[in-house]
Design a protein around this ligand. Structure first.
Ligand SMILES: NC(=O)c1ccc[n+]([C@@H]2O[C@H](COP(=O)([O-])OP(=O)(O)OC[C@H]3O[C@@H](n4cnc5c(N)ncnc54)[C@H](OP(=O)(O)O)[C@@H]3O)[C@@H](O)[C@H]2O)c1
Length: 253
């Protein structure tokens, strides 16, 4: 098993990409900690994973909480350490996607986007790093976006937040490599999840957008989860500071 004896925190682990990562990590033997605001979603995912984790001798822990509340982040790190005594992998996946013309984005809307997609990630990572430094090893994976590499109209705050996240990931890689800590960003293209469900109802728009994907389809949560599993495993032990598109070739053009 590729993640035996590893403990992984996955933010936003109750849905979409985070949930697919939880499934992949659990299958490979990791203890998985699911964090997010909706308790029911976390518990449903944990219930689904219970049989596999029991069989493999690992555990799934759910910790409901809000990324933007520092006391919730403290509790997440504290409870994970209390239960598993280590944090080997942190998947910074929780995120918000909202759009509006740039000149109409209010200060509050900008703050909300940056607080969830960047500031909270900074704050959680800052809490996890000392644990990884003490262990002399760790692995941090950020679920960014192709919109952290390229920009599209109507989502300026999102573009900025994911661009900053990629730079944050590189900062960790160069500053903590000597502790055996790796940090990488995954940049998905359009993936079929709750976040994009409304968008995807617009068939004409999807028809148009699909032309931008050389591979001929949009992505599935598992496409991102498989990449995340590779980056979380020792198979990628010489890879750090990368910004990796998982986008069916969208950004290759
Ligand atoms: N789907 C795409 O096309 C796509 C493309 C590129 C990048 N991404 C990125 O992929 C990541 C996952 O998105 P997804 O597509 O899987 O959509 P999703 O199913 O809506 O997942 C978003 C997750 O973030 C959690 N979350 C949001 N705000 C939070 C907060 N304040 N505190 C704690 N958790 C919070 C949500 O859980 P709760 O609501 O329960 O808190 C939810 O589980 C996001 O960072 C997104 O930007 C998605």
């Amino acid at each position: 098993m590729r993640l035996a004896n590893k403990t992984a925190i996955i933010t936003g682990g109750g849905s979409g990409i985070g949930q697919a990562c939880a499934r992949a990590f659990c299958r490979e033997g990791a203890n998985v900690v699911l964090f997010g605001r909706r308790k029911q979603k976390l518990e449903k995912t944990a219930h689904e994973l219970a049989e596999t984790s029991q069989k493999l001798g690992s555990r799934v822990l759910t910790i409901p909480g809000d990324m933007t509340r520092s006391e919730d982040l403290d509790r997440l790190v504290h409870e994970t350490r209390n239960t598993f005594h280590r944090i080997d992998i942190l998947v910074n996946n929780a995120g918000l996607f909202k759009g509006a013309p740039l000149h109409e984005i209010s200060d509050d809307q900008y703050d909300e986007m940056m607080n969830i997609n960047m500031k909270a990630v900074f704050q959680l990572t800052r809490r996890v790093l000392p644990v990884m430094m003490e262990q002399k090893g760790g692995n941090i994976i950020h679920i960014s976006s192709i919109l952290g590499i390229i920009a599209v109209p109507q989502v300026a705050a999102y573009n900025i937040s994911k661009g900053a996240l990629n730079q944050f990931s590189r900062s960790i890689a160069v500053e903590y490599g000597s502790y055996g800590i790796r940090s990488n960003s995954i940049c998905p293209g359009l993936i079929e999840t709750d976040m994009t469900a409304d968008l995807m109802k617009d068939e004409a728009l999807m028809q148009e957008w699909s032309k931008g994907y050389p591979i001929g389809r949009f992505g599935k949560p598992e496409d991102v989860a498989n990449t995340c599993l590779f980056l979380a495993s020792d198979e990628s032990s010489f890879i750090t500071g990368t910004v990796l598109p998982v986008d069916g070739g969208f950004t290759a053009q």
